[in-house]
Design a binder for this molecule. Structure first.
Ligand code: ZN
Length: 133
């Protein structure tokens, strides 16, 4: 695994949270994107080497809607960049970590993504991501 690529934060409303994070981080949101597969809309901020990803549910069935209902708004996942997502998935499985998908899925911001079960990672939902390009 490489650097922390981004931190995902679950929010109720991007319209409220984008200006809040722009004020907080002193930067502007550079992209807003719907990810239909995950039923979320994401907004991105560059912060030095890493990024902040705000996530709003677009559907009550979304994992983000579920998360907010249970735990409220807040930190949702930490994403690590990798140059070989399939290799990294295989390594983690061999180490006994459960993955939430069998193969990489198309995620936001031009990435292949895969999540690791938070029960196996001391309660932290961990995302692996690799640039599609
Ligand atoms: Zn993410």
């Amino acid at each position: 695994m490489d650097k922390v690529e981004h931190i995902g934060i679950a929010v109720r409303s991007l319209d409220i949270s984008i200006p809040l994070y722009e004020k907080l981080l002193g930067t502007t949101c550079y992209k807003r994107e719907r990810v239909e597969l995950e039923r979320v809309e994401a907004a991105f901020f560059r912060q030095g080497e890493t990024k902040i990803e705000l996530l709003q549910a677009t559907d009550p069935q979304s994992v983000i809607a579920n998360f907010i209902e249970k735990r409220g708004e807040g930190m949702h996942h930490v994403a690590f960049a990798t140059l070989d997502i399939r290799g990294e998935m295989q390594r983690l499985q061999q180490e006994g970590f459960r993955l939430l998908s069998e193969s990489p899925k198309p995620g936001a911001d031009g990435k292949w993504v895969c999540f690791v079960h938070p029960k196996d990672t001391t309660g932290v939902l961990l995302e692996l991501c690799q640039d599609m390009a």
